[in-house]
Write a protein that binds this ligand. Structure first.
Ligand code: SAM
Length: 428
């Protein structure tokens, strides 16, 4: 059977019994044999495309975490370009590539019993546990530490949590590392306050890996898909690791947002800030600011920054980050971006530009309305979800904002996600 086309998610498109069928891991033009289980799946490639590469991960066809491991990276970038061009009706788009494997500085594994305590991932969109020892997106140092942690949990007979019986202790492990993995943070997510052999586990881990700078217990007693509970206990180190982005220092915590691709974030912030063109007379806002990263970097080129973020732990770390970088022209506001911007608009403060980097669901009509009321001339919108970006751009358009620039950074190679940078200017 011949694959007719590809969609942006790397699926091959087929016509079977007059129905359009999407099958992962197949390229346009390939002659293949399919097998029908729950869904159609690839059985055998009979005539491979010149863009096909050997799939390095044995879990690729079952996991769903990656969509593009079967094609060369140049082709992946092309598929992403086609998607963005079509979505935004552009004749061309620049996508800045990054290193396509081992880029994740944050990894998380589900812990379950599968012939013994095992680490793994849920198959995309399901709660089916898939045993995994190595992921080609994960930084290899983090996976090595995760595997050693698993050995220790087995050695000390720690019980994995069982969702059905609600018995057992350990639910997830989460590891984060800095740029060169000289500092690593380990979080174990537990269903109880007592981790047996805690002291031995800490000793074994930190003796073998001196780069483990902090270990945190997180307590999550709920049975939802949310990984982290609200309570933490630092059992080793300070609870933070230190990283550097574009020569600025940042503390990274366990439960606060931090960009997961270090090379990608440097490319993203460099491109974003050079597109916005800052100067020392400008007062700017950094909304959805996380731990203050882009606002702190930008603060060195402008008169003042107001940083707005919902998560109070992120604001706490952001304030530490400002001190670490000796920045004192930045103010932090903790709260919902829409209501805080509405208050600033009521007070008619003077703002020359705004940087906004909302989560996947995008921003709100109210937020965009307040930008217009504040008469902010330049809007730099960073987005990890092109569909909600498109929706929000249509809203900006109603107020007379024009698209001046759009480009992308491939922050999440091998997956169908892509980060966009957009500059909007008010027509006046
Ligand atoms: C995509 S992250 C960007 C963070 C930061 N700009 C960076 O590059 O690391 C989005 C951030 O928005 C925050 N957030 C989510 N909903 C929010 C809201 N309604 N108001 C303000 N911040 C919000 C999240 O906590 C998260 O830190």
């Amino acid at each position: 059977m011949r694959c007719l086309d590809n969609d942006f998610k790397g699926n091959g498109i087929f016509k079977i019994d007059n129905k359009t069928i999407f099958v992962p891991g197949i390229l346009k033009g390939e002659e293949v044999e399919l097998i029908k289980n729950k869904h159609y799946e690839l059985k055998k490639v009979i005539n491979p495309s010149p863009d096909r590469v050997n799939v390095i991960c044995p879990s690729f066809y079952h996991c769903g975490g990656c969509q593009y491991l079967h094609i060369n990276y140049a082709k992946e970038i092309n598929l992403k370009k086609e998607y963005i061009k079509k979505l935004f009706n552009l004749s061309d788009i620049d996508i800045i590539p990054t290193t396509p494997e081992f880029y994740r500085n944050k990894i998380q594994y589900v812990v379950e019993f599968k012939g013994g305590l095992s680490f793994g991932l849920y198959r995309e969109g399901t709660h089916d546990f898939l045993k995994v020892n190595k992921c080609y997106l994960h930084n290899e140092v983090l996976d090595e530490i995760a595997n050693y942690l698993k050995e220790l949990l087995i050695k000390y007979k720690i019980k994995p949590y069982d969702k059905k019986t609600r018995q057992g202790l350990i639910k997830y492990v989460l590891l984060k590392g800095n740029k060169d993995m000289s500092e690593v943070l380990v979080t174990v997510v537990l269903n109880d306050y007592i981790l047996p052999k805690r002291k031995d586990i800490i000793k074994d881990l930190t003796n073998k890996y001196e780069n483990i700078k902090t270990i945190i217990e997180n307590y999550n007693f709920r049975d939802t898909s949310i990984i982290l509970g609200e309570e933490n206990k630092i059992i080793y180190g300070t609870g933070f690791i230190k990283d550097e982005i574009l020569n600025n220092k940042f503390l990274v915590g366990s439960d606060t947002f931090y960009q997961i691709n270090h090379e990608g974030v440097e490319k993203l912030y460099s491109k974003a800030l050079s597109t916005l063109k800052l100067n020392k007379n400008m007062n700017i806002i950094d909304a959805y600011s996380g731990v203050g990263t882009i606002g702190i970097i930008a603060s060195k080129s402008v008169k003042s920054v107001i940083s707005i973020e919902l998560n109070k732990n992120s604001i706490y770390i952001a304030k530490q980050n400002a001190k670490l970088n000796k920045v004192n022209n930045i103010n932090f506001i903790c709260g919902d971006a829409t209501s805080k911007l509405y208050e600033l608009a009521k007070n008619k403060i003077k703002v020359d530009a705004i940087i906004m980097d909302p989560p996947r669901q995008g921003s709100t009509k109210g937020f965009i309305k307040s930008i217009n009321e504040l008469k902010i001339k330049n809007v730099l919108y960073i987005s990890c979800e092109p569909e909600t970006l498109k929706r929000d751009l249509e809203e900006f358009n109603k107020y007379g904002y024009e698209l001046k620039h759009i480009s992308c950074v491939d922050m999440f190679p091998r997956t169908f996600n892509i980060e966009s940078i957009v500059l909007l200017t008010h027509k006046e």
